[in-house]
Ligand binder design. Structure first.
Ligand code: DLZ
Length: 162
């Protein structure tokens, strides 16, 4: 876990708990949808690879990353999921209010998890360029959606264990 340039899709397959009894919500930002839909695909494929059932994965969309925390809150309030994966992409070079959006999303997601005791996962890319985003949405650096899915499974398992 300590190497610097870890591929986002590399993980120890044997260290991932079975997800067949887990329920997930995924909230996807429509902004930069070529990237976010690829991240979402990665997350769903990875959840299912580890046993999650299609009917136990809820998919919802919000207009932009700024709306991810509230979209996730709708899901935690509904009480039907064990974890929420938030998926977005904010590109620094193309977004003048990059810092406002990124800070709001990071704080919102962190606080929501702490307040609700439901794991809320940060599956948001914050690259400098479109190319860097592509590299992390199924390109040469893997797929951040895969990483977010593994994190969700591990956090649900940890909560159940404790
Ligand atoms: C407005 C905006 C801009 C300029 N850039 C992005 C972006 O790169 N990624 C993203 O997910 N959303 C962006 N948005 C939209 C905001 O997240 C939000 O949807 C709007 O400001 C409305 O609240």
């Amino acid at each position: 876990m300590s190497e610097k340039k870890k591929n986002l899709s590399d993980y120890d397959i044997h260290a991932v708990p079975d997800a067949s009894t887990m329920k997930f919500g995924i909230v996807v930002s429509e902004w930069n949808d070529e990237i976010t839909f690829a991240l979402c695909r990665g997350a769903i494929d990875t959840l299912m690879k580890h046993g999650a059932k299609d009917e136990n994965i809820q998919l919802h969309y919000v207009p932009g990353s700024f709306e991810l925390p509230l979209g996730a809150r709708f899901l935690t309030n509904a009480g039907e999921v064990d974890a929420v994966i938030c998926i977005g992409c904010v590109i620094q070079g193309e977004t003048r209010h990059f810092d406002f959006i990124c800070n709001a999303v990071a704080d919102g997601i962190t606080n929501l998890g702490l307040q609700t005791n439901v794991p809320v996962i940060f599956g948001v890319l914050t690259p400098n360029t479109w190319e860097q985003a592509k590299d992390r949405a199924g390109g040469k650096h893997g797929n951040k959606g895969d990483e977010a899915a593994i994190t969700a499974i591990k956090m649900v398992n940890l909560k159940r264990k404790i």
